[in-house]
Design a protein around this ligand. Sequence first.
Ligand code: ADP
Ligand code: MG
Length: 228
Amino acid sequence: LHMAVLKSEKMEVISQLAASISHEVRNPLTVTRGFLQLLKDHNIEPIKRSYYLDTALEELNRAEVIISDYLTFAKPHPSDINTIYIKDVINKAVELIIPYANHYSVRVLLDGKEDAPVKGDASKVQQCLINILKNGVEAMPQGGILSIRLDITTNFCYIHIVDSGIGMTEEEVARLGEPYFSTKEGKGTGLGMMVVFRIIEGMNGKVEIKSKVGKGTHFIISIPTIKI
Ligand code: ADP
Ligand code: MG
């Protein structure tokens, strides 16, 4: 009975995510449609025309950013729960973030020799790591070092992700994962961390954050390992 309950809770998480995506993307699409409709008018002044076009394009961009926070790597459904090796997933996520990191002169360091099996959906775990790594890069606009370390204990794996960026106040840390909480005026969605918390909690894992303004941020994701 207990197992069945867990499973349906996980399904709930997935369908909630899918529902959120369509909800989030609808807004910018509606705005885009509105401006495109205005552009049908042939007598429109050039200044207005270019404003409408720019706004429509910006909103389309926004729709794309929202989608990428949710599921660049995670397939929307159905969830693929397997035995996965966490280090493989970390390696993939790091590989994917490197071009983005290079663009901001951020060096990515990877550490941890052991690997461990966990139960989960590899593409969703990868999405979590990417969302956190991306925030790490964005916290260091002048460049810096982003380090990832994997520690394994008897029952858990711990993924440490550390940046030396702008850091957060206590209030900001407390608001992490709250939908739409973003300090990146206009550029952020405030959805990346919400996705992280939902997915990790869905795996019976935890996300801990230590941060200091001006010093940087340290994320620790812990996930139960399984015995094979
Ligand atoms: P977004 O990145 O779109 O703003 P997220 O949910 O990914 O949304 O992050 C929410 C907010 O948390 C960010 O806007 C930022 O203020 C803060 N944040 C997250 N990660 C970091 C970090 N590594 N360093 C500093 N601030 C961070
Ligand atoms: Mg983000």
